[in-house]
Design a protein around this ligand. Structure first.
Ligand code: XMP
Length: 510
């Protein structure tokens, strides 16, 4: 892997993760490093190519991110994107200025010359621009090979030194020739081979983990979510029973979920799984509590206590396995995201427990984690499952949490999920579930008056959970779900559908 890969220097632009995604789509392994570490990383890791991302600064500002001039003497091909292009120009003696014009959005790119970088690119093509500055004077030995109506230097090249800059964003889907240009750079100019596949990655990771973990003991808090499941299975393939998974079944899971997790990991994959059944303990701790934040705190604290008790029984543990993934690691571009997330993930584990962290998915994007899960033999239902909150159904059960209310949610939620799947909507909706708003209302069933619970249905589409739209589920499907719930779940006489987006609402009800 080490001799066929790309380093991406992160200058803080909004599309940086997308660049890494595109390079991996071209089946080439890449890593993103903060801009101030690129020189040392390039020296140490010797990549076949370097890409500079865009960024919000102007290269002529005093504190703008810079790179050492020596980086250009390592004979590694470089492609600069937007800020990256301007940085190349300025560092090598050109001049970058802020012109009267600004280009944002779709702009026509006009090819001036046929070059390796522009092979198979149309004479005129649409590209995505987002810049305030442009290269007014070229550095020595560079030429312009494409322009736009307003910007005279949209692509600059020094083919002999293999240094290139593009003013637009080839990684954005609106840039028609974006993938072609990236491919030209990586395959034809840098001679990289498209060998990065999940199958290869899996095999490499397993042998690296075998080597690293030899006689070490690893502990994992398995939740049944995608990331922790894939991480656990990967490590299990490498070290077998030296991995112990603790699955805390706090009774706040979905219908039969505890049994499913046990069946998959203990029975099918033969993993060393400890299922701790602590439903009663959690229900007791939550008795009489109605405040949402208090509930969360109780659940978090109780979870840690249970986990700690189990860990103590196991004796010496060397590593704690975590399902941290790449977006968590690179989201800030400053290298600090890593630290914040690790602390966050460990979630206040007791200070006297001395583990090292093991994060085997930390270089993978979410869809790559799913691919890896499939490679490892996990079933599609688990690999493509929707997000589920740590405190489980507690955030969907308003008011006091009781066994009776939890069962009503579980059964209603099961029916909702079953119908969504039956109607082929499960991959089209980001998150969908039933909740209990703690309202009883009058109804009539047969000839009798009822005074039963209301069940709420929530289904949303989102990219990152920060905002969401409510999902426009066909009325016919909602109708079937509603009829089934009042018929099959005793204690429910009314079903409502939440049609609020986030903001102003949130996805969960608590
Ligand atoms: P909200 O309700 O804040 O939810 O719009 C956004 C996303 O986060 C999930 N969620 C949680 N996940 N612990 C978690 O691990 C929590 O306390 C929690 N609260 C909400 C929620 O399911 C949605 O995907």
């Amino acid at each position: 892997m080490q001799n066929n890969f790309v380093l991406i220097a992160d200058f803080g632009g909004q599309y940086n993760q997308l660049i890494a995604r595109r390079v991996r789509e071209l089946k080439i392994y890449c890593e993103v490093v903060p801009w101030n570490k690129i020189y040392q990383e390039a020296l140490a890791k010797k990549p076949q190519a370097i890409i500079f991302t865009g960024g919000p600064a102007s290269v002529y500002e005093q504190n703008a991110p810079k790179v050492q001039k020596e980086l250009f003497k390592l004979n590694i091909p470089i492609l600069g994107i937007c800020y990256g292009l301007q940085l190349i120009a300025q560092t090598l003696g050109g001049k970058v200025v802020s012109p009267d014009f600004k280009e944002y959005g779709k702009v026509e790119l006009i090819k001036k010359e046929d070059t390796k970088l522009l092979n198979n690119v149309e004479e005129k093509t649409i590209c995505w621009m987002s810049h305030r500055d442009y290269v007014e004077t070229l550095p020595k030995d560079f030429k312009i090979t494409a322009l736009s109506k307003q910007c005279p230097a949209c692509i600059i090249e020094n083919d002999a030194k293999k240094i290139y800059g593009v003013q637009f964003h080839p990684e954005v889907a609106h840039t028609q020739a974006g993938m072609q240009i990236l491919q030209n750079f990586l395959y034809d100019i840098c001679n990289l081979k498209p060998t990065w596949t999940m199958g290869n990655y899996k095999e490499n990771q397993i042998s690296e983990l075998k080597e690293k973990l030899k006689d070490k003991k690893v502990l994992c808090a398995l939740s049944g979510g995608v990331d922790s499941s894939v991480a656990a299975l990967l490590v299990h393939k490498a070290i077998g029973n030296n991995l112990t998974c603790v699955f805390v079944d706090h009774g706040l899971l979905r219908y039969k979920e505890g049994d499913d997790v046990e069946n998959i990991f203990r029975k099918r994959f033969n993993m060393n799984l400890i299922r701790v059944n602590v439903e009663e303990r959690f229900l007791n701790a939550l008795k009489g509590v109605t405040d949402p934040e208090k509930k969360r705190k109780i659940i978090g604290a109780e979870f840690i206590k249970v986990f700690e008790e189990e860990a103590k029984k196991l004796g010496k543990i060397d590593y704690l396995l975590q399902g941290t993934i790449y977006p968590d690691v690179i989201e800030s571009g400053t290298g600090t995201a890593e630290v914040i997330k690790s602390h966050h993930n460990v979630g206040g584990l007791p200070k006297n427990m001395q583990f090292k962290l093991l994060e085997p998915l930390r270089l993978l994007f979410k869809d790559e984690v799913r691919q890896l899960g499939l490679e490892l033999g996990l079933e599609e239902d688990l690999v493509f499952r929707q997000p589920f909150p740590g405190p489980g159904l507690a955030v969907r059960c308003l008011g006091e949490i009781t066994k009776e209310k939890l069962e009503i949610i579980q059964k209603s939620d099961f029916i909702f999920r079953e119908e969504i799947k039956k109607h082929n909507l499960d991959r089209a909706i980001w998150q969908y579930f039933a909740f209990l708003p703690n309202i009883r209302s009058v109804g009539v069933m047969g000839d009798s008056r009822t005074y039963f619970h209301t069940i709420g249905l929530r289904a949303v589409n989102s990219l990152d959970a920060m905002t969401c739209d409510w999902a426009k589920i066909p009325y016919d499907v909602l109708d079937i779900v509603s009829q089934r719930i009042v018929r099959e779940v005793s204690g429910v006489n009314r079903v409502i559908y939440d049609i609020t987006s986030k903001p102003p609402a949130t996805i969960e009800w608590e």
